[in-house]
Design a protein around this ligand. Structure first.
Ligand code: ADP
Ligand code: MG
Length: 482
């Protein structure tokens, strides 16, 4: 029906990308659209190749409208998109298998092709029965070692963890049956890996009481293995692990350099994966950055999904504190909570630690929980970790100093004193954060980098020429430095 039919599919997809790029942020574009390859155009159906089922689901969940719109723009009102999913699983077979997956507004239920061919476990018909588990005999009960305090209910969702959390949730509902196997969660310390891994385990246990779930730290795993070598019962060790349905290994980096343990874990991994059992692994680094781990094991880590947990933004940090206080049934003045969230930026565990020590101080000394007390405690807590000054924090200090709401500072208002507060925010952000001029501009009322530069110059000039102004600046400087 249209002349575009004959046009190069690559061109069509590249047109779509141009529109998409303008509509979403850069990072999302890099993550979700860069890896897509256009495959072909048949009639008004454009087929694109995506790297995994998860990708497909994510696209459908988050970008369906944008995709629909752009496809229709390119191919007319009846234009359609089909996905082709790569499954790179050398245990099932060595060839890459491609599944066509028509996109639809309605979900999988109406379209069996969506859900069915993805089930790797079904396609793996050559199951070797484990001679050590006699069918019909009830499984041994294993203490799952899960920490019941770490559930999805009290895991706060934010931009920092959205991918990891939603993949984790999917795994928890369907262990071994999603494409995220293993689910590899990584982040720096104190950002929620252990919490999330436990939450998945708890969800599996609740949803599938018959499944054997085990949470184990890599350290414990290593120690058990060493012990089994010493007692000459390595086989028991291996068989025990091969019997688990959902295995969570926390802090896998602990296996670095421990080749024997890596070998035995490799065999356990293969066995479980082949039988459609779920593996959840956490690490302090992405698989590509891990050192001292044998390549064959590393390559396994990349089979499923590797998702990272990032440092939470201010809002999420406040939500985590609020959630923690709520869970403990404690009340705390909002300004104290805010101060905590502003002051401790890089590690949730530390933030919780500070919260606990404030509570402890207050109750030990029968003091009220005040901002003053919080400041004293946090100074002790944060001094040696060199507090990071953020644009958010600078805005807050300036807002309080001049008594102008932050919303006004970052608005488009041209009123003199507000412009001045805005310029000071830009100036201090330039001075104390590592953010680029463009980023600073973005956070200060969507200004461009030239405006920020101009603001910095204005503040410098005024500091030199205007006595009163320079007093402001000095006072603010002290406040910002804490
Ligand atoms: P990691 O294993 O990455 O070092 P943890 O899982 O031990 O981090 O998390 C540190 C602390 O922060 C825990 O008390 C955990 O409950 C809390 N925490 C981390 N992320 C979240 C979150 N998104 N919501 C609520 N609490 C969180
Ligand atoms: Mg941990």
């Amino acid at each position: 029906m249209n002349t575009k039919e004959k046009t190069d599919y690559k061109q069509i997809w590249s047109n779509c990308l141009r529109v998409i790029r303008d509509n979403i942020n850069y990072q999302s574009f890099k993550t979700w659209f860069d890896p897509i390859k256009p495959l072909r155009l048949e009639g008004n159906v454009l087929t694109i190749q995506v790297p995994s089922q998860f990708f497909y689901e994510w696209l459908e969940e988050h970008y369906i409208n944008l995709l629909k719109k752009t496809i229709r723009q390119e191919l007319g009102p009846s234009g359609r998109l089909e996905y082709s999913i790569i499954m790179d699983n050398s245990l099932v077979n060595n060839a890459r298998c491609t599944v066509n997956m028509p996109t639809s507004n309605k979900k999988a239920t109406q379209n069996p092709a969506v859900a069915m061919p993805l089930d790797l476990n079904n396609s793996n018909s050559k199951e070797i029965p484990n001679p050590f588990i006699i069918p019909g005999i009830k499984k041994i009960r294993v203490n799952s070692q899960l920490n019941e305090n770490y559930s999805f209910d009290n895991f706060v969702e934010g931009d920092c963890n959205r991918l990891a959390r939603s993949a984790g949730f999917a795994v928890g509902q369907n262990p071994g049956k999603t494409a995220f196997n293993p689910l590899f969660l990584y982040s720096k310390v104190g950002l929620g890996k252990t919490h999330l891994a436990n939450a998945i385990g708890i969800q599996v246990k609740n949803g599938f009481p018959d499944k054997t779930v085990l949470y184990v730290s890599a350290e414990q795993f290593v120690n058990q293995f060493i012990e089994s070598v010493r007692n000459n019962n390595q086989n028991d060790f291996v068989h025990f692990y091969q019997m688990i349905d959902t295995l969570i290994i926390d802090d896998i980096q602990f296996l670095s350099g421990k080749e024997k343990t890596q070998d035995v874990f490799f065999h356990i991994f293969n066995h479980l994966h082949q039988k459609g059992k779920q593996l959840i692994i956490t690490s302090d680094k992405a698989p590509v950055e891990m050192q001292g781990v044998k390549p064959r094991l590393l390559s396994r880590f990349k089979w499923g999904l590797a998702a990272d947990l990032q440092v939470p933004d201010l809002e999420t940090r406040m939500a985590i504190l609020a959630q923690k206080l709520y869970g403990d049934g404690v009340e705390m003045p909002a300004e104290v909570v805010e101060y905590l969230a502003y002051s401790i930026t890089t590690n949730i565990r530390e933030m919780e630690g500070a919260l606990i020590s404030i509570l402890a101080q207050a109750s030990l000394n029968k003091k009220d929980i005040t901002l003053e007390l919080a400041k004293q405690m946090i100074d002790k807590y944060v001094k040696n970790t060199a507090r990071e000054i953020s644009i958010d924090y600078i805005q807050k200090v300036i807002s309080e100093y001049f008594n102008i709401p932050i919303e006004l500072i970052i608005s488009k208002t041209r009123k003199r004193e507000i412009v001045q507060a805005r310029q000071l925010t830009m100036y201090f952000s330039k001075k104390y954060t590592k953010s680029s001029l463009a980023t600073i501009g973005l956070h200060c009322g969507n200004k461009d980098h030239a405006t920020v530069l101009h603001a910095c110059k204005t503040v410098s000039n005024l500091t030199e020429t205007d006595k009163k102004f320079s007093i402001f600046v000095n006072e603010l400087d002290k406040k910002i430095q804490g």
